[in-house]
Design a protein around this ligand. Structure first.
Ligand code: 3HC
Length: 686
């Protein structure tokens, strides 16, 4: 099947794009469209042209995969120039997503019809790009230019209805009639001689002040994002320059941004997310089981957060506690969370009631009843968890999925407490569980394919990003994080201050550094865990022993005067850390920002390499997605394994060798996989 077909109906040329999966505007589609447009223009019996698509997407935009290779003609701007030069009217018949270059095609047409389920947007900004085929010029010439600027800077698609309100869509048409209506509509417009070429318009100059006001706000909020600055430049050019000159500027900026490392990393992240979402290796015919009722064991912060995620997805949820007081605390926590969402205008009072009507809080494990999925979010202790699972084994309905939300423990050992280990796996949510997107789905050795697929489907139902991982202490994310935490403590002892450590990571792009984050979460959490596992972190241990547990005690790594949430450097913390360093016999010195950064990140990458070697994660992209969605790794840096490839594995291996010698720690030496890839001059992704 050619990617573009031309059919003639009643004097109208109907061009249908059929390029699965999403009708991206790859070279073959561009060439096919150019050819069909030439044919339709030359055909004296054709009065107008309709552009439509097969499948459930109108056009997802340019083919992002082509961006890493030299462009092949016709380019998208050349194709759109051919539409603009054609004397016959064009109608876009949109059914499904019209995104990026897809919307730019539609904007070049004279008229736009869309089905109610369609979405329209210019999301290039999320890939570190700007619309590069006239979008920055045509949209402000069609709708309120300030609204056009916001739409491009945010990149979020609009529903057909919202797009119609803005003036992007002329009419909304039921999907079943779209092509017939489009053909009739095109005939009428041709008969009227109606054409509406946006390239011939100028934006409403009265709106210039509003555009400047919006631009000031956007530039302040999105400082440091070159693509946002470029969008603002292009919209300003729409007022100041001719269409031709302004589109030339747009194209120049687009091509520059395409080569920018930030855009490359953002494009990588887009594909990594899709790779991680692929179905894991399972037997042919394996399918997920339906999940209609859920029970959560434990209504603490984590259990309540998980319950909210299920309630938000419209799933009946029972939260089970050990006593009445615990059950009412859980109920209060959940309804309090919804009340604050109402107060902040995020949901209506009615939505709150709807969601709470799906919630039950109960006492006693026997209340799991007929739940299709049980998520255990009890205390992080193997004996506690084994006891819960052995009870669940007796009382949960046959073939219910039994998931543990453990962050570190051995899921095989938990599964062994039951006589149905095939139904057991880990679903590791991240706090706050109703907000964080990541779920590590932990496949234990006996987990069945159906159980695994059910957990994945459930996470997707919650609008979350599931990544399949294997059993191992801390799975993927926390295991790598532990290596960073070790270095934080070591750096403090060697003389780096909490603010220097935090600044190294915030300058790198994280929203928060590890010391500020530790203070926010409470330093006692990891202190307790270290004590339970016989590990030490001399600086953090000393702070905890001095009663400095973070924000909740008004002091931790930082001081929080007058219950403020913003910490300030505290000489007392410095003295405590210095004393700890003396006890450890560690000499203190000034440590450069670069050394701090490398020591925080390279050992994590090394652990990522071991995780790949051991098969705990299947692909480097899985590790990157875990860090993007569970640990707020800056998206424009792709993820730790992607970043490693950009730095060069040989550089990282050399630095790890040095660290391992300095710290007399064999575990810091380059992992086998990292060392061998470095020797071959390869990266994790090549
Ligand atoms: N180019 C190449 N491949 C694309 C693509 C694109 N623009 N959009 C999606 N795909 C691929 C995905 O990688 C995936 O491939 P896989 O099956 O091999 O993993 C497949 O299409 C299906 O994609 P999704 O899994 O995302 O499918 P959904 O149905 O969930 O979502 C969508 C569909 C809403 C269209 C979503 O894919 C999407 O948002 N795509 C990107 C849209 C975008 O950013 N467009 C702008 C591109 S840049 C541009 O147009 C520049 C121009 O201004 C010059």
């Amino acid at each position: 099947m050619p990617p573009v077909t031309l059919e003639k109906r009643n004097g109208i040329a109907l061009l249908i794009i059929d390029n699965p999966p999403v009708n991206a505007l790859g070279h073959a589609v561009r060439a096919g469209l150019a050819e069909s447009i030439r044919a339709a223009e030359a055909d004296g019996t054709v009065e107008a042209i309709v552009i439509a698509s097969a499948g459930k997407t109108f056009i997802a935009g340019a083919d992002i995969k082509e961006f890493n290779a030299p462009p092949q003609p016709p380019s998208l701007p050349e194709l759109l120039a051919a539409i603009d030069a054609c004397k016959k009217p064009f109608v876009a018949a949109i059914d499904g997503a019209a995104l990026g270059g897809g919307l730019e095609v539609a904007l070049t047409c004279d008229f736009r019809l869309a089905t109610p389920a369609s979405t329209l947007g210019l999301p290039e900004v999320k890939l570190g790009l700007i619309p590069g085929a006239g979008g920055t010029q045509r949209l402000p010439r069609l709708i309120d230019p300030a609204a056009a600027l916001s739409m491009m800077a945010e990149g979020n698609p609009k529903t057909a209805e919202a797009a119609a309100r803005l003036g992007i869509v002329d009419e909304i048409i039921p999907a079943e009639n779209l092509l017939d209506v489009a053909v009739t509509f095109a005939r009428q417009r041709a008969a009227e001689g109606a054409k509406r070429r946006l390239s011939e318009r100028t934006p409403a100059s009265a709106e210039r002040a509003a555009v400047e006001e919006a631009a000031t706000k956007i530039l302040k909020k999105r400082a440091g994002e070159p693509q946002v600055e470029a969008i603002v430049r292009c919209v300003r050019a729409a007022f100041e320059e001719s269409f031709k000159d302004a589109t030339r500027l747009e194209r120049e900026l687009f091509l520059q941004l395409k080569e920018n490392e930030r855009s490359k990393a953002l494009r990588y992240a887009f594909f990594a997310e899709r790779e991680a979402a692929r179905k894991p290796q399972v037997a042919e015919g394996a399918a997920p089981r339906p999940v209609k009722q859920v029970a959560i064991i434990g209504g603490g912060t984590m259990g309540s957060g998980i319950a909210i995620a299920f309630l938000d997805a419209g799933i009946a949820t029972t939260v089970i506690e050990t006593d009445e007081a615990g059950a009412s605390r859980a109920a209060e926590r959940i309804s309090g969370n919804y009340q604050s969402a109402v107060d902040r205008g995020r949901i209506s009072a009615e939505q709150k009631e709807d969601r709470l009507s799906l919630l039950k809080t109960e006492v006693g494990l026997d209340k799991v009843g007929q739940a299709d999925l049980v998520v255990e979010a009890a205390f992080e202790d193997m004996a506690v968890k084994r006891e819960i699972f052995s009870t669940l084994d007796r009382i949960a309905k046959p073939r219910a999925v039994l998931a543990t939300n453990t962050s570190y423990l051995d899921v095989n050992e938990i599964a062994a407490a039951t006589a149905r280990p095939e139904d057991v796996l880990g679903m590791h949510f991240f706090s706050p569980a109703n907000i964080m997107q990541l779920v590590e789905v932990v496949r234990a050795s006996a987990t069945s394919d159906e159980t695994l697929l059910t957990a994945i489907a459930t996470a997707k139902m919650l609008q979350k990003t599931p990544v399949v991982v294997g059993v191992g202490h801390g799975f993927v994310g926390n295991r790598m994080l532990a290596r960073r935490s070790e270095q934080v403590d070591r750096l403090l002892l060697e003389g780096a201050s909490p603010s220097e450590i935090d600044a190294a990571l915030t300058e790198f792009g994280f929203k928060m550094g590890p010391c500020a984050m530790g203070d926010l979460a409470g330093l006692d959490i990891s202190w307790r865990m270290r004590k339970a596992t016989g590990r030490r972190a001399p600086a953090a241990d000393a702070l905890c022993e001095a009663g400095r547990l973070g924000q909740k005690t008004g002091r931790g790594y930082y001081l929080y005067p007058d219950a403020s949430r913003k910490g300030v450097p505290d000489p007392e913390a410095e003295t405590i850390i210095q004393a700890a360093a003396e006890r450890e016999g560690i000499a203190r010195r000034t440590i450069s920002r670069q050394e701090i950064l490398q020591r925080l990140i390279y050992p994590m990458i090394n652990e990522g390499a071991r995780i790949l070697e051991e098969g705990i994660a299947e692909r480097p992209a899985d590790i990157d997605v875990i860090w993007l969605h569970g640990y707020a790794w800056p998206r424009w840096r792709g993820g730790p394994m992607y970043y490693a490839d950009q730095m060069g594995l040989a550089t990282i291996a050399a630095e790890l060798e040095r660290l391992s010698t300095d710290q007399k720690d064999e575990s810091l030496a380059p992992a086998g996989l990292l060392a061998s890839l470095a020797r071959e001059g390869k990266g994790f992704h090549s």
